[in-house]
Ligand binder design. Sequence first.
Ligand SMILES: [Zn+2]
Length: 129
Amino acid sequence: MTEGRARLDALPTIYPRVFSNGALPWGFEHGDGWCELIEALCAHINTVLHDEPDTSMAVRQVKEKFGTLRFYYRLYGASDAMAKLIGAAVDRAEEASGQICERCARSAKVQTNAGWWSTLCPRCRADST
Ligand SMILES: [Zn+2]
């Protein structure tokens, strides 16, 4: 297992309030390059959740789709303000993933190749063809 993968897989244990349903059924379905992005997102959400002890959150799926991050979750008992804050944080991370190589975290762009979308840096793109 890579270091990035181990760090991702540890997140449900580190942030039980974010992952109240435990580990993801299919794991993190994206490359290790987004590890820091996901770690920062989870840390931020965890901090935001401190303000509402009765709110709970369940992360349902985290994956790559059309080259960028998709972070699917549910909130239970959240105020509108809380839902907005978390929604905005997830939106920002999903948007940011379009500029981070999914494989190595270097600067990257979303590109399509024969209908296949991916966000890779020039080096990883060259390696994958
Ligand atoms: Zn790369």
